[in-house]
Design a protein around this ligand. Structure first.
Ligand SMILES: *[C@@H]1O[C@H](CO)[C@@H](O)[C@H](O)[C@H]1NC(C)=O
Length: 590
């Protein structure tokens, strides 16, 4: 009896085994059938997106530098794809990052203004990436990813009070945030000067206005200057100067803040070891989440001024503190790769490395030390739409999925990461708005030869500055400028007088017909074409004009987040970790 039951049970088991045994093979087959099945099987890749600040494309060994040591970044490029025509959507931090996160030209999210440089200069500004914008982090989070931003944000903080955090990274899909809500700036390190030019001009400006008007009034007989009046004028001048100087002195307390999630951990932050701290945070985040898909946006503070490097890296490069800072970031990239190797995650992780824009050529310290990067053969730098401002490194690696050791010359954009990440996370891009980036996977895997970017539009703040056209049937890459920045000194490609090139009409030269280049034969933009040298001159410009019209009609008007009102310092929005009497000073990091 017992025997028969057992054999009956055995028969059932055998039958089940016969049915089930092929399952692993079927599964394997399904897996081999492609990544879409992979995604359905819920084996989603992790994503690590690394962005440096102001790094020049010519600073990296893999892009031709022979004197800076970037062995880890070079290894990443060797194990993946190197994009040779990778374009930042803007030549300044705030708009470039907005475009990167949303896959849209910054004009669509209102991250443009029409005067002064288009970046946030205060934590206590009310502008920021609007909550209705959709970032790749938001979508990845909805798809079950653990998400983190470690490093720089620069897309706003508060709207109405000093801690409403309406523009905080957590509003945009980042579960964890360790970093700075604004940007690293000269003011964040003693002895590195200030980015606020007001300090330079205001005292003299005030003095000049007061003195000139007094003299004019006196001479025209309208007033007779008495001693009391002169003293009054002088004291107004003195108070104005003191207030300005005082404000500049407290900038580090106002702007140089380190946050963990919603709490201030350092105010002002101590910069020297920040690359180390961020690396440790990143490694711990990867370790904590090695068992599930994660998205890490590792947004380095370097190599934006004020430059810093920890003691172990100071003096290690042949390019001063700038080179030391680059080499420390390279070390950090190495730590990320080692962590992934150790956890056996390389074949399940897509890595991306880029810079938010080209090197900032105006950055030379007060002592004359070079604090800027190198844009290689490309003209000018950060804050311009010459190639040096927007042609950035683009490295992507995913062992086993993206073939190694390839280079791609087709135009790509940092906005492409949005649809690429959304796709890999298993989500779909929002259908209710225009997305300007294109999924890169087919290009990266060699399944497509051509980029989907036929046209790219280059804005400087809210002004349409230039257009790039890579016609479908040709290898040419045309680029037309409607205006170009006025350089100072004139024989250089920098705007030394304003520290960044500005794009409002007073600071540029307009071109009609537009200034046309063919980047495929003239990547350094040295030879503008004319109807005499280029038979297609007029037809190329006509095609571009049509594309511009179509593009412009797709742009819906939105509130400018970089208007004067949204950029100005508002005392009631100022984050402060202590009482005002204690000067908003806290050193709590451990
Ligand atoms: C390497 O980068 C440094 C720092 O930006 C730059 O000064 C140097 O000219 C570059 N060297 C080469 C060979 O590209």
């Amino acid at each position: 009896m017992g025997m028969r039951e057992k054999s009956k049970g055995g028969f059932l088991l055998d039958t089940m085994r016969a049915v089930l045994t092929p399952c692993p093979y079927i599964l394997l087959l399904l897996l081999l059938m492609g990544e879409s099945v992979l995604l359905q099987a819920n084996i989603k890749p992790s994503l690590i997106l690394m962005m440096l600040d102001d790094l020049g494309i010519g600073d990296l060994g893999c892009y031709g530098n022979t004197t800076l040591r970037t062995t880890n970044i070079d290894r990443l490029a060797g194990e993946g794809v190197k994009l040779n025509h990778h374009i930042a959507a803007a030549s300044l931090c705030t708009p470039s990052r907005a475009a990167f996160l949303t896959g849209r030209y910054p004009i669509r999210s209102g991250i443009v203004g029409d005067s002064r440089p288009g970046v946030f200069l205060f934590n206590a500004a009310s502008g920021g990436l609007p909550a209705q914008e959709v970032t790749f982090a938001k979508i990845a989070k909805q798809q079950g990813y653990e998400t983190a931003l470690i490093g720089k944000w620069h897309l706003g903080l508060n709207c109405k009070s000093s801690d409403d955090h309406c523009h905080h990274p957590s509003v945009h899909g980042f579960n964890y945030f360790f970093g700075i809500p604004l940007t690293n700036m000269r003011d964040c390190q003693a002895g590195h000067g200030t980015v606020f030019q007001i300090q330079r001009y205001l005292p003299y400006g005030t003095m000049a206005i007061v003195v000139i008007s007094a003299v004019v009034l006196h001479c025209s007989g309208l007033i007779f200057l008495r001693r009391g009046l002169i003293l009054g004028l002088l004291s107004v001048l003195g108070v104005a100067t003191l207030l300005t100087a005082g404000f500049i002195c407290i900038i580090p307390y106002l702007n140089c803040i380190l946050l963990r999630d919603h709490s201030i951990v350092e105010q002002p932050f101590t910069p020297e070891n920040l690359t180390q701290k961020m690396t440790l945070e990143a490694v711990e985040f990867i370790e904590r989440n090695s068992g599930k898909p994660f998205l890490l946006f590792l947004s380095y503070l370097q190599v934006h001024t004020a430059l810093f490097a920890s003691a172990a890296f100071r003096g290690t490069s042949s390019h001063g503190i700038y080179g030391d800072a680059v080499q420390e970031v390279d070390w950090s990239v190495g730590q990320i790769l080692q962590t992934l190797d150790r956890l056996r995650l390389r074949e399940n992780t897509l890595l991306y490395l880029t810079s938010d824009q080209g090197a900032h050529l105006e950055e030379v310290s007060a002592a004359g030390e070079v604090h800027r990067g190198y844009n290689g053969i490309y003209k000018a730098g950060k804050s311009t739409n010459w190639e040096g401002g927007i042609r950035v490194p683009g490295i992507l690696s995913w062992l086993g999925t993206i073939p190694s050791g390839r280079e791609i010359d087709e135009p790509t954009s940092n906005m492409d990461l949005f649809p690429t990440v959304v796709h890999l996370s298993g989500g779909v891009v929002p259908q209710d708005r225009k997305i300007d980036g294109h999924n890169l996977m087919d290009l990266l895997q060699g399944k497509a030869e051509r980029s989907n970017h036929e046209f790219l539009f280059h804005y400087c703040n809210s002004y349409l500055n230039a257009v790039r056209w890579h016609p479908n049937n040709s290898s040419s890459v045309w680029k037309a400028f409607y205006f170009t920045p006025d350089f100072y000194p004139k024989d250089r490609t920098t705007c030394q007088h304003t520290q960044v090139c500005l794009c409002s009409p007073d600071y540029v030269t307009s071109h009609n017909p537009p200034l046309l280049f063919d980047l495929s034969t003239d990547p350094s933009e040295t030879r503008p074409l004319s109807p005499d040298t280029e038979p297609a001159f007029h037809s190329v410009l006509a095609a571009m004009e049509q594309a511009v019209e179509a593009h412009q009609s797709s742009v819906r008007p939105v509130e400018s987040q970089l208007s004067a009102g949204n950029m100005m310092w508002k005392p009631w929005l100022q984050p402060c970790c202590s009482t005002i009497a204690q000067l908003c000073r806290c050193q709590q990091y451990q």
